[in-house]
Design a protein around this ligand. Structure first.
Ligand SMILES: NC(=O)C1=CN([C@@H]2O[C@H](COP(=O)(O)OP(=O)(O)OC[C@H]3O[C@@H](n4cnc5c(N)ncnc54)[C@H](OP(=O)(O)O)[C@@H]3O)[C@@H](O)[C@H]2O)C=CC1
Ligand SMILES: CC(=O)N[C@@H](CCC(=O)OP(=O)(O)O)C(=O)O
Length: 349
């Protein structure tokens, strides 16, 4: 913090979608000042040239990472593509706190990382100190962390309802099916054939079937909650919408448990949490109920099939699924009120 008690914040990868969303949120933060922004193709430009909706803000010019004044920051958000981040973070000054939005520090086991990401981990020593930060589930560790691995969007949506159920032993942990849908901004702003309007509009398709890298991330969290190895069936789908994730988990109830017990266990786990709300039994949430906000909405429905339940959760992939949770983690790391700059209500319709 500076003498004026402002947290000096830098953003690596500010010219991407999560970077823009960080700046939108930080614009309302009374205790931070953005002092450093980087881009790659956009280096040398004012951010307003890349994102006209942010042009009214007084912000530093985008630079290349090698020219970034990293030692003038108290905390850095790293919003770079996964695979590019480990060496960059390893090279940052040790006194700077880091929230990494990429997948580079999320998997505790570096062999699992290598298996799913196709290359050896470039900073295995640093991996040991990284804290996996679903804030509601790791608040104390996040508060003490220097490096927080901000969770993926699908893993946030899936784990928030499932961790309390696995912890409480209310569902059969060997029979979890997660069917999830995402808006296209989840793929980032860089041009890709699969993100073209003509490839996405007026249709829906599954991708990464039986092979998506978020499966091991979800399994890591559920395994820790269960205290034994958990495997899940996880299938993501791309939706013709810009933002939002809807995750539907099909679960088998343990003997004696009801859908109402599941609903109550999740509600109890998140009692008093400002960003997680559980709907009355039988009500279902929609992505439009959380759009633009840091909220998670969870609904539980008793299945028509005896002994089964359906658990639906929604988040905005760019907010609770990325930049909102990153700011929430920053607030906790800096000892600031956790909800600062994050209380904007969802945009509806
Ligand atoms: N989008 C989402 O919903 C979520 C994303 N994430 C993760 O957050 C990170 C950022 O995602 P997102 O903002 O969507 O991605 P974008 O593709 O929109 O942005 C990537 C940013 O990184 C910069 N960049 C790209 N390549 C390099 C490079 N080789 N060296 C330096 N800078 C580079 C880009 O600069 P420029 O554009 O100027 O070339 C841009 O600023 C990713 O790791 C992503 O997986 C996590 C959760 C959700
Ligand atoms: C729609 C879409 O493409 N989504 C991305 C996930 C975005 C995200 O949360 O994740 P990472 O930080 O792990 O990249 C994907 O499926 O790879």
């Amino acid at each position: 913090m500076t003498a004026s008690n402002e947290l000096r914040v830098g953003i690596l990868g500010a010219s991407g979608y999560t970077g823009a969303e960080l700046i939108r949120l930080l614009a309302q933060h009374p205790s931070t000042r953005v002092t450093m922004l980087t881009g790659d193709r956009a280096a040398g430009k004012p951010l307003g040239d890349v994102f006209p909706h942010l042009a009214y803000l007084d912000l530093p010019i985008l630079t290349k990472i090698e020219d970034a004044k990293v030692d003038e920051c108290d905390l850095i958000f790293c919003a770079l593509p996964h695979g590019t981040t480990q060496e960059v973070i390893a090279g940052l000054p040790k006194q700077v706190k880091v929230v990494d939005l990429s997948a580079d520090f999320r998997l505790h086991n570096v062999d699992t990382y290598a298996e799913w990401y196709g290359h050896a981990h470039q900073a295995p020593e640093l991996q040991k100190e990284a804290v996996y930060g679903i804030t509601e589930l790791a608040r104390e560790a996040v508060a003490k962390a220097r490096l927080v691995a901000n969770p993926g969007c699908y893993p946030t949506a899936a784990q928030l309802p499932l961790v309390p159920l696995v912890e409480a032993g209310l569902i059969d942990s060997d029979d979890i099916i997660i069917d999830a849908k995402s808006g296209v901004s989840g793929a980032g702003r860089a041009a890709k054939e699969g993100s073209l309007f003509t490839e996405v509009a007026e249709g829906i398709h599954a991708y990464g079937v039986a092979s998506h890298r978020h499966a091991p991330e979800i399994e890591q969290g559920l395994t820790a909650a269960a205290g034994r190895e958990i495997r899940v069936n996880f299938t993501p789908h791309l939706m013709p919408m810009s933002r939002g994730i809807l995750s539907t988990a099909y679960v088998k109830l343990e003997k004696g448990a009801s859908a109402a017990d599941l609903r109550d266990a999740i509600a109890k786990r998140y009692e008093g949490e400002p960003f997680v709300r559980v709907l009355p039994l039988g009500q279902v949430p929609a992505t439009r109920h959380v759009r633009g906000s840091n909220h998670t909405l969870i609904g539980v429905v008793a299945d028509r099939l005896k002994g089964r339940a359906i658990v639906i959760s929604v988040i905005d992939n760019l907010v609770k699924g990325a930049s909102g949770q990153a700011v929430q983690n920053m607030n906790v790391m800096a000892g600031l009120p956790e909800t600062t700059a994050l209380m904007q209500p969802p945009m509806f319709p």
